[in-house]
Write a protein of this length. Structure first.
Length: 191
C-alpha cells in the first residue's frame, strides 16, 4: 500500500505536488515538494472553491452546452464527458492558484498526483492508508516537522472513515426497508 503513495513519473522523477482528497470532508492535504523546503498544507474547500470558481464552471458549462458543430443528440450524449473534464481542469487550476501557482503556459504546469482517500480501500486498509500518507509526508521532509502531521492525517482519515460508516449504515437501512434503488430480493410479490 505504501507504494501507492510514492509514485514515480515516467522519467523516474517524483511528482511536484501530491493532493490527498477526502471526498466527504471540506479539508484536503496538499504536499508541495517543488522547493527545497516542502510544504504540507491543510486546505479548506471553501477557501479554494469560492464564488469565482462557481462562475467559471457555470460559464464553461454554458459554453459547452451551447457549442455544437455536430448533431444535437451526439453532442448531448458526449456532454457529461466534456463537463467532467472541464470541472476537473477548472478545479485543478483553482487548487494550483491557491498554492500560489499561476499557470500561463502548459509547460509550466507542475506534476500533480491526486489520491482519493475513501471507499472500500479506506474501510479495509485504514492503517495502511494512514501509514502511506505519513510515509509520503516523511519522505518530503528531512526534519522532525513531519511528526506534527501524523495527528492531522490520523484525524482526517478517522473523520472520513466515520462518515463512510454512517453512509453505509443508512444505505443498508434503506435497502432493508426497500427504500433503496440498489435494493433487490430473490423473491418479491408486489400484488
Amino acid at each position: 500500500m505504501e507504494q501507492l503513495f510514492n509514485p514515480q513519473l515516467p522519467d523516474g522523477g517524483h511528482p511536484d505536488i501530491h493532493l490527498c482528497i477526502f471526498p466527504h470532508l471540506s479539508e484536503f492535504l496538499a504536499i508541495d515538494s517543488r522547493q527545497e523546503n516542502p510544504q504540507v498544507l491543510v486546505l479548506n474547500t471553501d477557501d479554494v472553491f469560492d464564488e469565482e470558481f462557481y462562475r467559471t464552471v457555470e460559464s464553461d458549462f454554458s459554453g459547452a452546452l451551447r457549442s455544437t458543430d455536430e448533431s444535437l443528440f451526439s453532442h448531448l450524449i458526449n456532454l457529461p464527458i466534456v463537463i467532467d473534464e472541464a470541472v476537473r481542469d477548472i478545479a485543478m487550476t483553482f487548487i494550483l492558484n491557491r498554492l500560489g501557482i499561476v499557470v500561463d503556459d502548459e509547460d509550466e504546469i507542475p506534476s500533480v498526483v491526486v489520491y482519493v482517500v475513501s471507499g472500500g480501500a479506506l474501510a479495509t486498509h485504514n492503517r495502511n492508508i494512514l501509514d502511506g500518507i505519513n510515509h509520503l509526508i516523511h519522505s518530503s521532509f528531512n526534519g522532525s516537522e513531519s511528526g506534527c502531521w501524523e495527528q492531522t492525517v490520523a484525524e482526517l482519515v478517522q473523520r472520513e472513515t466515520e462518515i463512510l460508516e454512517k453512509l453505509n449504515e443508512r444505505q443498508v437501512e434503506a435497502a432493508l426497508k426497500g427504500d433503496s434503488p440498489d435494493y433487490f430480493t430473490l423473491w418479491e410479490s408486489r400484488n
